[in-house]
Ligand binder design. Structure first.
Ligand SMILES: [Zn+2]
Ligand SMILES: [Zn+2]
Length: 226
């Protein structure tokens, strides 16, 4: 199963249109792709969620890739993160990603903590130097911790893998694609996991279990807001 649950289009800062991103996913033999454009305090987050959902619904009948509509909650103050997540969910987001405390970006301190405590967030992306306490909270709430395949977002993958293993928190590998050559392949997914300290058994577990477990988590959150 090749699933990628974090990607961007020209609606935010990606370089591919929705059509181009979906056809790139087809070429890489994706089974599942979530399109999760950024929402931030300068955007109308509900409107972005509605637009991504409409594009996903429009393109779904003509592709073999199972498409999911989502957003990446970016640069909001931690205190409002859960509310924003609930509101985008209500506007149609099927996969809600939080833009975590990546080592290479300026992200509010406390973002990771807020994300793993929200039942409306599915994935904490590029969490950087995630604390053990936050990894345990992610495990408790079923929030997936991302190992990123994107160059600048991946420096802490080894740390994230280590604390996630200790806490029993679920892991997912995503491309965070902003361009065509960022998309995943099975080989890249395996390289990201093994490169972060995992074994081939970990690769198998993540590839087999993460997509369906994440779908269950997202559906539960969706049911709670509707
Ligand atoms: Zn991000
Ligand atoms: Zn992203």
């Amino acid at each position: 199963m090749l699933a990628d649950l974090h990607s961007h289009t020209t609606l935010s800062d990606g370089s591919l249109s929705f059509e181009e991103l979906v056809s790139a996913a087809e070429r890489n033999d994706y089974d599942v792709l979530a399109i999760t454009d950024h929402v931030d305090p300068t955007t109308d987050h509900r409107e972005v969620a509605v637009t991504v959902r409409a594009e996903v619904d429009r393109l779904s009948p003509d592709t073999s890739v199972r498409l999911l509509a989502g957003v990446e909650i970016t640069d909001f103050e931690p205190a409002v993160m859960d509310r924003i997540a609930r509101e985008v969910r209500g506007a149609g987001a099927q996969m809600v990603v939080a833009h975590g405390e990546c080592l290479m970006l300026d992200v509010y301190s406390g973002t990771n903590a807020a994300a793993v405590r929200s039942r409306n967030i599915d994935i904490l992306a590029h969490p950087g130097l995630l604390t053990r306490a936050d990894a345990f909270m992610a495990a408790r709430n079923g929030v997936f911790l991302e190992l990123s395949a994107l160059v600048h977002a991946s420096y802490a993958n080894g740390h994230v893998f280590h604390v996630a293993q200790q806490a029993g928190a679920p892991i997912v590998v995503n491309s965070d694609a902003h361009a065509r050559d960022h998309l995943l392949t099975p080989r890249k997914v395996a390289a990201v996991i093994v490169g972060a300290g995992g074994t081939t058994a970990d690769v198998q577990r993540v590839v087999d279990q993460a997509p369906s477990a994440l779908a269950r988590h997202a559906l539960k959150a969706l049911a709670a807001v509707s």
